[in-house]
Design a protein around this ligand. Structure first.
Ligand code: PGA
Length: 249
């Protein structure tokens, strides 16, 4: 089943109010390519102003807390993000799994909180280079899915992003055959975990997606879009990825 593609930008800890000027060009490209959904996930401080300015694109965040409210100094709830204008939230990015020691159980709880607050949860999974070299990429990702995917997720509320850790920010991407193998395995696992709903959950590829490799990656079966870091920071870099994705359809 061909799903409507989503191209989501993850600004990570980059950007300021001046950078929101990039949203106009990105929004214009999104409006011109109605067969693709486009999102930008800026830092927390820019979510509200981005949501106020953005036309034609959804604004998301890069993390949320699993609890609705309470004594969690420095944290942000999914409902707060929703009120600020977010429509999506990334959970379980490999940088947070590494730097903040987030576990699969925490990632699932965050995804559940996001869905309960009316957000789309983008759950990230992906193997490290030693795990791939040892032949364990599929089993590592399947275990992450088993631990991170919320049972209530469906095509409208849940997106999975497969991001090999060794491909993030490195300019290296897996062979197309390896992307195809992984995305097929993720689809099978989602169907196993969620039943028929699993067929409608979009599976994004992330890790060094650029204008010159987007078309090839987006044409892989069960690649339903991209999660883009560095190349989402400017319209000049991001728009060609939207265009390439729209051409693949
Ligand atoms: P990258 O990051 O596109 O800069 O490799 C992707 C991500 O971490 O989401």
């Amino acid at each position: 089943m061909a799903l409507r593609k989503l191209v989501a930008g993850n600004w990570k800890m980059n950007g300021d109010r001046a950078a929101l000027g990039e949203l106009a060009g990105i929004g214009a490209a999104a409006a011109g390519h109605a067969n693709v959904d486009v999102a930008i996930c800026p830092p927390f401080t820019l979510v509200a102003p981005a949501a106020e300015q953005a036309a034609g694109i959804a604004i998301g965040a890069q993390d949320c807390h699993a609890a609705a409210k309470g004594a969690h100094t420095g944290c942000i709830s999914a409902a707060m993000l929703r009120e600020a204008g977010a429509r999506l939230v990334i959970v379980g990015h490999s940088e947070r799994r590494a730097d903040q020691h987030e576990t699969d159980a925490e990632v699932r709880a965050k995804a559940q909180a996001a869905i309960a607050a009316g957000l789309i949860a983008i759950v990230c999974v992906g193997e490290t280079e030693p795990e791939r070299d040892a032949g364990n990429a599929l089993s590592v990702v399947e275990a992450q899915l088993d631990g991170s995917i919320p049972a209530e997720g469906d095509g409208a509320t849940l997106v999975v992003a497969y991001e090999p850790v060794w491909a993030i920010g490195t300019g290296r991407v897996p062979a197309v055959a390896d992307v195809a193998e992984m995305h097929a395995a993720i689809r099978a696992r989602l169907t196993g975990l969620l039943g028929a709903k699993g067929a409608a959950v979009r599976i994004l590829y992330g890790g060094s997606v650029k204008a010159d490799n987007a078309a090839e990656l987006m044409a892989v079966p069960d690649v339903d879009g991209a999660l883009v870091g560095g190349a989402s920071l400017t319209a000049a870099l991001f728009v060609p990825i939207i265009e390439a994705t729209a051409r693949v359809g």
